[in-house]
Design a protein around this ligand. Structure first.
Ligand code: TRP
Ligand code: SF4
Length: 326
């Protein structure tokens, strides 16, 4: 069977290197193996940001600039915006009719988010229905593979349950999508916690080389290495989790014993890291600057992609309405 990939990201603004190595890099790779639909889940961001939507437009622009400059290719993939394809809303409505509320209430992500987010009221209909909209996003294109991280697996399981229920009631319209799991260790941020926008500990794809160097030099190392003369341990060093990604193996083979014998200092060691990072990121960053110079580019790209997405979603919706006899 021909595989079709569908995946989305909520527009949270500029992406950091954790997003890149966790998700985006994988999206870029699979473009060559499958037919891919990648979209900005702007309606999904309303589930939590409904009271203040002032940042959404700018966040979409920044995120899509990152997508395209770091390798998502509108020639290879359909790159679009959810809210420009109203079929997502239509299918969401239909799926909401057949989804038992108990499936949504027992969703672990639902409980977790409600407990963790204090300053926003998440007791809304839309937030409870988050997985229904996600199911609609995927099966609207008859997606068969969904690249997601572990955190999204419960959502995908609900998608599969809803799909089976639809097919049971109305006949086999939708394939049951499967996860395309991306196994990536969580990147640590400057302070040693998980890299996250809300912690202010991130290195962004769009940071300049100078900003990157400054951040890397401020990064935590081995907490036990207080003085320059203390030996260190790369395995517990926060900065070293980035060395493993950016510094070539033969350099690592020198750094590791040098750290353990206090032959190299952390400043020098982190300078090496910053250099390697900037070298690797430079061509993408240059492309980003070039693309960002055109203020209409992102809107045009998303409009074009959304038209292409609509061609597919239009046919699938016709089939779904027919099956529903509506
Ligand atoms: N829930 C996903 C996230 O927070 C975003 C998303 C929305 C998505 N719709 C999707 C991912 C459909 C994959 C498929 O990361
Ligand atoms: Fe980490 Fe390098 Fe310092 Fe060792 S020398 S603790 S690897 S920054």
């Amino acid at each position: 069977m021909n595989q079709r990939v569908v995946s989305g990201m909520r527009p949270t603004g500029r992406l950091h290197i954790g997003h890149y190595h966790g998700v985006l890099e994988n999206w870029v790779k699979i473009q060559d193996r499958f037919e891919c639909f990648f979209f900005v889940a702007d309606w999904h961001s309303l589930t939590t940001e409904y009271a203040d939507t002032s940042a959404i437009r700018e966040n979409i622009r920044e995120m899509v600039l990152d997508w395209v400059s770091f390798g998502l290719d509108p020639q290879k993939s359909v790159i679009f915006r959810q809210s420009l394809v109203p079929h997502h809303a239509e299918l969401n409505l239909i799926l909401s009719m057949i989804t038992p509320v108990s499936w949504l209430e027992r969703n672990p992500t639902y409980k977790e988010m409600q407990d963790n987010i204090e300053h926003r009221d998440l007791s809304t209909f839309g937030f409870l229905g988050y997985p229904v909209l996600m199911a609609a996003d995927i099966i609207l294109y008859k997606g068969t593979r969904v690249p997601v991280g572990h955190d999204q697996l419960p959502h995908l399981e609900i998608t599969r349950e809803i799909t089976r229920r639809f097919n049971n009631f109305y006949g086999n319209v939708f394939p049951e999508p499967e996860a395309l799991l991306t196994e990536t260790p969580k990147l640590l941020g400057l302070d040693g916690r998980k890299m996250s926008k809300s912690y202010g500990n991130s290195i962004y794809l769009s940071d300049t080389a100078e900003e990157t160097t400054k951040k890397v030099l401020s990064m935590m190392t081995d907490p036990a290495r207080v003085r320059r003369s203390d030996p260190g341990e790369p395995d517990v060093c926060v900065a070293f989790n980035l060395h493993r990604i950016y510094v070539p193996q033969e350099k690592l083979d020198q750094i590791i014993p040098a750290c353990r014998t206090a032959t190299i200092g952390c400043v020098e060691c982190k300078r090496i890291l910053a250099e390697c990072m900037n070298e690797r990121l430079a061509p993408f960053r240059a492309k980003r600057e070039e693309l960002a110079a055109d203020p209409a580019l992102v809107d045009e790209l998303l409009l074009d992609g959304s038209r292409r997405a609509s061609l597919i979603s239009d046919a699938v919706m016709a089939e779904a309405r027919e099956a529903l006899k509506i």
